[in-house]
Design a protein around this ligand. Structure first.
Ligand code: BDR
Ligand code: CA
Length: 314
C-alpha cells in the first residue's frame, strides 16, 4: 500500500458528520487527516467548531487540528437544522466541553495555505456541509484550483430531488452561490447525492453492531444515530434514517462500493421555487460539459460493514 491519501474534512457536525470523521480517523493506513475545517450549517459555527472537537475527543484523537471557517453563507442568511440534529447538532450521547483547542488560524486560510504547501494534486477536500469555505478559498486564491486533487462532497440529488425543500438538498440549499462557484471551478468533483445516502439506512441491527463494539467512540456514535434517525424515520416512514456524510469517506476507502456516471451539474441560484437544486444532466440530454462524477448507487451493507470495522479501531 502507498502512503495515505491526504484530506481536509470541511464539516458542520451533525451526527452523520461525526460518523464520517470517525470513519476517517479509524482508517489511518489509507487516510491522513491534515485538518478539519468547520462551517455554519446544521448549527451555527461556534457549535460546529465545538462539535468537531468533541468528535475528535470521542475518537481518542485530541491531536487533530480543527479550524473555524465561515460564519455565514456568501450572500444569504444562515439556515440551520436543529429540527433534525437537536439543539446541539450532536444530540444523543452526554456531551462535554472539549479540552483540545480550536486553532487560531481561520479555516479558509488553512485550506489555502495547505494547498499551496503540499505537492500539487495530492490533497483531497472532503466536504460534509455547505460549500462556503471552499468557495471562499477558491475565490481568494484561484491558483489553488489547479492544486486540488479532487473535491468529494456530500450534496445534491437527482432522483431523490430534495430534503430541505421539495427540490434542494440541505448542503447545497444553504449556500447555493458557494456551490455554484465550486461546480464552475474546473476542479474534479465527486458527488455523494441523496440518491446514494437514502440507500444507506441506519437500521436497528446496524446501530446495534456499532454499539456492541463497546468502545467510547462506538457507543457515542450509536447514541448519536439513535437520536439522528428518529426524524427521518417519521418523515419517510422507513426503518432507519439515511446516513449521509460518511459515504464521502467510504468512497475514498472503497470506491467499488459505489456506482454512478459523469454528468454536467449546474446549480440553481435564481429561482425562489427551486433554489439550490442540482440540475444534473443524468440522461445526457444537453451537450453541456461534464463537470462531476455523480454517484447514485451503493452496496449498503458493504458500507455499514466498513464503517463498523473502522469505528471499531478507534
Ligand atoms: C446533509 O445535511 C446535513 O443535515 C447532514 O449533515 C448532511 O451533510 C444531508 O442533506
Ligand atoms: Ca453535514
Amino acid at each position: 500500500m502507498g502512503s495515505p491519501r491526504k484530506i481536509i474534512i470541511d464539516t458542520d457536525p451533525g451526527q452523520d458528520d461525526a460518523a464520517a470523521i470517525m470513519l476517517a480517523l479509524g482508517s489511518p493506513e489509507e487516510i491522513e487527516v491534515l485538518g478539519i475545517t468547520t462551517v455554519a450549517g446544521n448549527v451555527p459555527l461556534a457549535r460546529t467548531s465545538t462539535n468537531a472537537r468533541i468528535i475528535c475527543e470521542f475518537a481518542g484523537r485530541p491531536d487533530v487540528k480543527v479550524y473555524a471557517g465561515a460564519e455565514r453563507p456568501l450572500k444569504r442568511k444562515p439556515i440551520s437544522a436543529e429540527h433534525v440534529h437537536g439543539a446541539t447538532g450532536l444530540d444523543g450521547p452526554p456531551l462535554f466541553e472539549p479540552t483540545m483547542p480550536l486553532q487560531d488560524q481561520n479555516g479558509v486560510d488553512f485550506i489555502i495555505e495547505t494547498l499551496r504547501r503540499e505537492p500539487k494534486g495530492t490533497v483531497t477536500l472532503c466536504t460534509l456541509g455547505p460549500l462556503t469555505n471552499v468557495a471562499l478559498a477558491l475565490t481568494r486564491a484561484p491558483d489553488i484550483a489547479a492544486s486540488i486533487r479532487e473535491i468529494v462532497l456530500m450534496g445534491g440529488a437527482y432522483f431523490e430531488v430534495g430534503n430541505i425543500t421539495p427540490t434542494a438538498e440541505f448542503n447545497i440549499y444553504v449556500d447555493p452561490e458557494a456551490a455554484e462557484i465550486v461546480f464552475k471551478s474546473g476542479v474534479p468533483l465527486v458527488m455523494l447525492t441523496l440518491d446514494v445516502t437514502h440507500k444507506v439506512l441506519t437500521l436497528k441491527a446496524r446501530i446495534e453492531s456499532i454499539r456492541s463494539l463497546g468502545t467510547r467512540a462506538a457507543v457515542a456514535l450509536a447514541q448519536m444515530l439513535d437520536f439522528f434517525e428518529r426524524f427521518d424515520i417519521e418523515k419517510y416512514g422507513s426503518d432507519g434514517g439515511p446516513l449521509h456524510d460518511p459515504t464521502v469517506i467510504a468512497y475514498l476507502l472503497k470506491p467499488e462500493l459505489f456506482a454512478g456516471r459523469d454528468c454536467n451539474v449546474e446549480i440553481e441560484v435564481n429561482s425562489e421555487l427551486t433554489l439550490g437544486m442540482t440540475v444534473i444532466d443524468w440522461w445526457r440530454v444537453t451537450d453541456r460539459p461534464k463537470n462531476a462524477k455523480v454517484l447514485k448507487d451503493v452496496d449498503a451493507q458493504g458500507f455499514f460493514d466498513l464503517l463498523t470495522e473502522r469505528v471499531g479501531r478507534l
